[in-house]
Ligand binder design. Structure first.
Ligand code: MLT
Length: 410
C-alpha cells in the first residue's frame, strides 16, 4: 500500500467553508421551506460588468479564427495584462513594481498555498489570529507545524492575536520568525492596517531576515485615503515582501478565476548552505513548471477592468457591496450588537451576543433566522466569540438579514 502525506492527518476539521456548506445543506434538507440567506463565504453575487463581458466576447471570437487563435500563452501572463496591472495598481500609487515582477495566476488562494513550494520546511511561520484558514492549513499540509491543541492552534506556528483588545492591530512576533502572513484589508475582521503598522512589520522583517506574504485581495474596498493599498507603498517593502492580489473580489471574478502575485526582483532568501537565492527566479521556475497560464479570454476580461468604462463599472460594483456593508453595520449596531470592520472591507465582524460561542451563534442564527454567517472560531482561537457576515449579496437580502437579526435580538 502506498503512503499518504501524514501531515494531512493533523488537519483539525474539513476546510471551513465546505464544512459550513455541509451543515447548511443538511439544515436546508431538513427544513425545505426555510428561506435561507447566505452571508457566509465571501462569494460575489453581482454579474460581471459589461466592459469585462464585451472584452471576453471579443477574445472568444479571436480564438475562433485561424489568424488570431492562440494556444499556450506565457505562463506568467500576457504582457497586455501585466503592463495594465503595473501601471494602474502600482505605478499610480508610487509603488515600484515592474510588469515582469507580476505573475498572473488563477487565484490568490492557490498562490498563497503554492508559494510555500519554494521555501524550506524549517521556516518558522507567523500568522495573525483570527486568520484566513488557507495560510494555516497549507503550512500544516507542508509539514511546517506540529499537532493542533484543543483550541485548534498548531505547535510551531506563531500566532499574533487581533482582537478588539488590541484594536485589531497585531503586535510584532516576540521571537524571530522567517515567514509572516499579513492580510489587509483583513479577512475575516474587515479591519485595516495603517501605514505605521505596515512600516513596523517591514522593519521587523528587515531586522530578522524574514519575508512577509502580503495578501491584498480586498484592497479595492479601501475607502480611507490614508490606508495603503499595496505593501510596496511602504519604504523598504520590496526587500522583504511578496504581494498577492486577486480580481475575485475586486471585479467579480470568483467564478472566472484570475489573480496575480508580485515577487520583486532582488528579493532573496538563503539556501541550506547559506547562499543568497533570488526568489523571483525560483518562483518563475516553479510557476513555469507547474502552471500553464490563465486563459487568453479571461486575461482579456481582466485587462478590461482597467479600461475607462471597466473602471467605472467595477467601482460602482464595489460601492454597491460597501453600501451593503454599511447597511449591515448600521442595522446590527441599532440591534445592540458590537460591530467591527465593514468600512474598508466587505466583511462585518461582530461580537456574539449573550456570551454565545461562535458556533452556538451560528446554530442560533441558522435555526431561528435562517441566516448563514461564518463562526469566528473557524478562523482561529482568538476568533472565538466573534462572527463574520459577508456583504456580498443582493440589497434585498442584506436588508432582510438586518431585519431578521433585529427581530431575533429583540
Ligand atoms: C472567504 O469567505 O473568506 C473567502 O471567500 C475565501 C476565499 O476568498 O477563498
Amino acid at each position: 500500500m502506498a503512503f499518504v502525506n501524514d501531515n494531512y492527518l493533523k488537519l483539525k476539521a474539513g476546510y471551513l467553508f465546505p464544512e459550513i456548506g455541509r451543515r447548511v445543506s443538511k439544515y436546508a434538507s431538513d427544513n425545505p421551506t426555510a428561506k435561507i440567506i447566505r452571508l457566509g463565504i465571501g462569494d460575489v453575487t453581482e454579474p460581471l460588468p459589461s466592459a469585462i463581458i464585451d472584452a471576453m466576447h471579443r477574445a472568444t471570437d479571436e480564438m475562433g479564427k485561424r489568424e488570431t487563435f492562440r494556444g499556450y500563452g506565457p505562463e506568467q501572463g500576457y504582457d497586455f495584462l501585466r503592463n495594465a496591472i503595473a501601471k494602474n495598481d502600482f505605478t499610480s500609487r508610487q509603488a515600484n513594481v515592474s510588469p515582469d515582477e507580476i505573475f498572473v495566476s488563477d487565484g490568490s488562494k492557490c498562490d498563497t498555498g503554492n508559494i510555500l513550494d519554494i521555501f524550506g520546511s524549517e521556516n518558522v511561520i507567523a500568522v495573525t489570529d483570527p486568520v484566513y484558514p488557507v495560510y494555516v492549513d497549507t503550512n500544516v499540509m507542508a509539514g511546517r507545524t506540529g499537532a493542533a491543541d484543543e483550541s485548534g492552534r498548531y505547535a510551531r506556528l506563531v500566532y499574533l492575536p487581533v482582537t478588539a483588545e488590541n484594536d485589531f492591530t497585531p503586535s510584532l512576533p516576540d521571537r524571530k520568525v522567517d515567514l509572516l502572513y499579513l492580510c489587509y484589508p483583513n479577512n475575516p475582521t474587515g479591519t485595516v492596517a495603517t501605514r505605521a503598522t505596515l512600516k513596523k512589520f517591514v522593519d521587523y522583517a528587515k531586522a530578522n531576515d524574514a519575508i512577509i506574504f502580503f495578501d491584498a485581495a480586498y484592497e479595492a474596498y479601501i475607502t480611507d485615503p490614508s490606508i495603503p493599498h499595496s505593501i510596496y507603498e511602504i519604504e523598504g517593502a520590496r526587500d522583504v515582501a511578496i504581494e498577492f492580489r486577486s480580481f475575485s473580489k475586486t471585479a467579480g471574478f470568483t467564478g472566472t478565476r484570475c489573480a496575480f502575485t508580485v515577487v520583486p526582483k532582488g528579493l532573496a532568501a538563503k539556501s541550506a548552505n547559506g547562499e543568497s537565492v533570488d526568489l523571483h527566479s525560483l518562483w518563475n521556475r516553479r510557476h513555469t513548471t507547474k502552471f500553464n497560464g490563465v486563459s487568453y479570454i479571461i486575461q482579456r476580461g481582466a485587462e478590461a477592468v482597467y479600461s475607462e468604462t471597466g473602471r467605472t463599472q467595477v467601482r460602482s460594483m464595489i460601492d454597491f457591496y460597501l453600501e451593503n456593508a454599511a447597511i449591515l453595520c448600521r442595522g446590527l449596531k441599532a440591534a445592540g450588537l458590537v460591530v467591527h470592520g465593514g468600512v474598508n472591507a466587505p466583511y462585518v465582524w461582530l461580537k456574539t451576543p449573550g456570551g454565545m460561542t461562535s458556533w452556538q451563534f451560528f446554530d442560533h442564527l441558522l435555526g431561528k433566522a435562517h441566516l448563514v454567517g461564518t463562526p469566528g472560531s473557524g478562523f482561529g482561537a482568538a476568533g472565538e466569540g466573534y462572527f463574520r457576515l459577508s456583504a456580498f449579496n443582493s440589497r434585498a437580502n442584506i436588508e432582510e438579514a438586518v431585519s431578521r437579526i433585529t427581530s431575533l435580538l429583540r
